[in-house]
Design a binder for this molecule. Structure first.
Ligand code: URA
Length: 432
């Protein structure tokens, strides 16, 4: 087979065969296909798209290019969640604990953050001693015993995706739905879960800015999941403003524990309950999302979800005092108020820029090897649609520097107060 013929087929709008896709993925991994030909095919896919069968076939071949976990030793239906990423998105932390408290095993393989705020693993590392790198065997043992673990990938997962993603980044082919969907699902399927709920973010602070694009991505992800034999569904949720009230690593751990104590912010709690309800139905512990929701609410009321979170912290070497004393995590030296400049309704609180502001404070990475400052971040005192008065504190900036002009300038650009504005809807659609 010649790569030029594979490119030619896709350039002319043909459907690639299994053999052609296998040839492509093998050649990416062993380096026999040069980057310029890989890039040419990526651009052809970008313009011509892929059928749902092609997307599944590419996903499975990328998944098989690396290591995958066998979780069959863990009894029960294993359920996981994936998010396409957003600012203040700490959902995985309370969600894993609540679903685990209903008796469903939750094996979560998460990532770190780049460009914005920290990822789930970075947040967990704000807890002193917490280890996210544990062996595959310990991961499986922990999920079997405690019903949950949140860790980084142990082996080399989907190396074909790693190479392809690097080339997409420099050839402006990142925002192709077949390429995004196959990239995400190759890694999720490799994690060995039986069921998956995907939180597809939509809005100014999301990868997909419009509801139409988000819906297309959600359908592509769910189709691949189902064709690969997983129970799979997606929730499209809003990312025009940060989720919850806290952005930053220690701050997001605090807020996650607050959810488990029944004191979490309304939007975050609602999203956790929505995603969790579907996970509990897929895990076989309830017949309907409404019944599942009651079970999840009960895990907060009776403390069993908090207990699961604590068990995970202990099992992964973290300091369990964090549950009752948030100051065991790094604390910022200064708390600087950011005030409303006029009376009116908060009409813009750009998730992207609040994330970038947190990164500038040191809470996120600009380069892959940047060290994070867990203590810094931003607390929101108001959300979109709230009525505010000039001089009201809108945010508190947690910083280790007293003067932060660049952060304040960025926040000036990311916040607007108007005379009319309607609160955005949190949950847009459920895709099954
Ligand atoms: N996340 C991924 O893992 N892959 C993409 O292509 C986009 C987001």
């Amino acid at each position: 087979m010649r790569m030029v013929d594979v490119i030619d087929a896709k350039r002319n709008g043909q459907t690639l065969t299994d053999d052609q896709l296998q040839f492509f993925v093998d050649g990416v991994v062993d380096g026999s296909i040069p980057d310029y030909q890989v890039s040419a095919l990526l651009m052809a896919i970008y313009f011509q798209g892929m059928t749902s069968q092609e997307q599944t076939s590419l996903t499975m071949k990328m998944m098989n290019s690396g290591e995958h976990l066998d979780l069959s030793r863990i009894p029960g239906i294993k359920v996981d969640k994936h998010s396409t990423g957003g600012v203040g998105d700490k959902v995985s932390l309370p969600l894993a604990a609540m679903v685990a408290a209903t008796g469903i095993p939750v094996p979560m393989i998460s990532g770190r953050g780049l460009g914005h705020t920290g990822g789930t693993l970075d947040k967990l590392e704000a807890i002193p001693g917490f280890k996210v790198e544990i062996s595959e065997e310990d991961f499986i043992d922990q999920v079997a015993k405690e019903k949950l673990a949140i860790v980084g990938a142990t082996g080399e997962v989907a190396p074909a995706d790693k190479k392809i993603y690097g080339l997409r980044d420099v050839t402006d082919t990142v925002d192709s739905i077949p390429l995004i969907a196959s990239s995400i699902m190759s890694k999720k399927i490799a994690s060995g879960t039986d069921a998956l709920v995907i939180d597809v973010k939509t809005g100014a602070g999301a990868f997909m800015k419009t509801l139409d694009q988000s819906r297309d991505l959600a359908h592509a992800l769910v189709n691949i999941g189902k064709q690969a034999g997983l129970q799979c569904m997606a929730v499209i949720s809003d990312m025009n403003q940060p989720l919850g009230n806290k952005v930053g690593n220690s701050l997001e751990i605090e807020e996650s524990i607050d959810v488990l104590k029944g004191k979490g912010p309304a939007d975050l709690t609602e999203l956790v309950l929505t995603l969790g309800s579907h996970m509990v139905v897929m895990g076989g512990k309830a017949q309907t999302p409404a019944e599942a929701r009651q079970l999840l609410e009960q895990t907060i009321a009776d403390g069993t979800a908090l207990d699961r979170f604590k068990a995970m912290v202990v099992a992964q070497g973290g300091d369990p005092r964090v549950i009752d004393d948030y100051t065991v995590m790094p604390q910022a030296k200064y708390q600087i108020p950011y005030r409303a400049k006029r009376d009116g309704i908060l009409s813009k609180l750009s998730a992207d820029e609040v994330g970038t502001a947190s990164m500038l404070l040191g809470g996120g990475r600009q380069q892959a090897d940047d060290q994070l400052d867990y203590s810094v971040g931003i607390e929101l005192h108001h959300k979109l649609g709230d009525r505010v008065k000039a001089g009201d504190p809108l945010l508190t900036i947690y910083s280790n520097q007293q003067k932060i002009p660049a952060v304040e300038k960025l926040l000036d650009e990311s916040i607007a107060i108007s005379d009319h504005y309607e609160k955005p809807q949190l949950i847009h659609e459920i895709i099954k």
